[in-house]
Design a protein around this ligand. Structure first.
Ligand SMILES: [Cu+2]
Length: 232
């Protein structure tokens, strides 16, 4: 009797913890996505050219699903400062694979480790070009050790590029709080454990701009969706 009561209580508690204060939503895309940029084959790197005979990879900005959801949108609470838990957060990995950054859009906290890997059988040059944080430029050999970055200042869409492969870009948004998420291929996002209150929620896409919504998060969370359209 006692045991089943305990299990029931634990079950209720875990169900409550799982949903408490989670802010969720779906990002949709309406209309026709603009054509992605065409690329000129690179001749300077025969290793890469061998990997892609006749066709090169592309930096893909409009990651729209078959049913019209949009990935790679960074959703975050605005107006929160000095709340970073980045020093104790798990590192985030940015890989270089097939001469592309994977993923292309990343979000981390100030002080959180960003690990950059090279999974390709050739060299890359990892060039971080921040606006608010220090710039850095490092060669990363194939099979070479991972590179580790941390950023002290919040900044949106901090650019990483490869100076060997001119189509290789990644953007890393840095927040000084943990209340952000990147929309998945099905357009969904979840910002976990948001304290109840009123907030401005921002959704930012690298090419389609920024939208905001005034929201109220209650004890059991909140839902807020966004729809992006191609720019005129
Ligand atoms: Cu490269």
């Amino acid at each position: 009797m006692k045991k089943s009561f305990l299990l029931l209580s634990l079950g209720l508690l875990s169900a409550r913890l799982a949903s408490a204060g989670d802010l969720t939503g779906v990002i949709s895309f309406k209309g026709t996505a603009p054509a992605e940029r065409e690329l000129t084959p690179i001749k300077e790197d025969p290793n890469c050219a061998a990997l892609y005979p006749g066709a090169l990879p592309k930096t893909k900005f409009y990651a729209v699903s078959a049913s019209g959801e949009l990935a790679d949108v960074i959703v975050s609470l605005k107006g929160i400062t000095g709340k970073s838990t980045g020093a104790s957060a798990a590192p985030v990995t940015l890989d270089q694979k097939g001469a592309l950054y994977v993923p292309q859009i990343v979000a981390i906290q100030t002080g959180q480790k960003l690990i950059v890997k090279n999974s390709d059988p050739f060299i890359h040059n990892v060039h971080a070009k921040p606006a608010a944080n220090p710039e850095s430029n490092q060669v990363q050999m194939n099979g070479g050790p991972d590179l580790t970055y941390t950023f002290d200042k919040a900044e949106p869409f901090l650019k990483f590029q490869c100076d060997v492969h001119p189509w290789m870009f990644a953007w890393v948004s840095v927040f000084d709080h943990p209340y952000f998420a990147v929309s998945a291929p099905d357009g969904k996002f979840t910002i976990k454990n948001v304290p109840p209150g009123k907030y401005t929620l921002e959704a930012a896409h690298r090419k389609l701009g920024t939208q905001t919504a005034e929201i109220e998060v209650k004890d059991d969370g909140a839902v807020q969706n966004f729809t992006f359209e191609p720019k005129q």
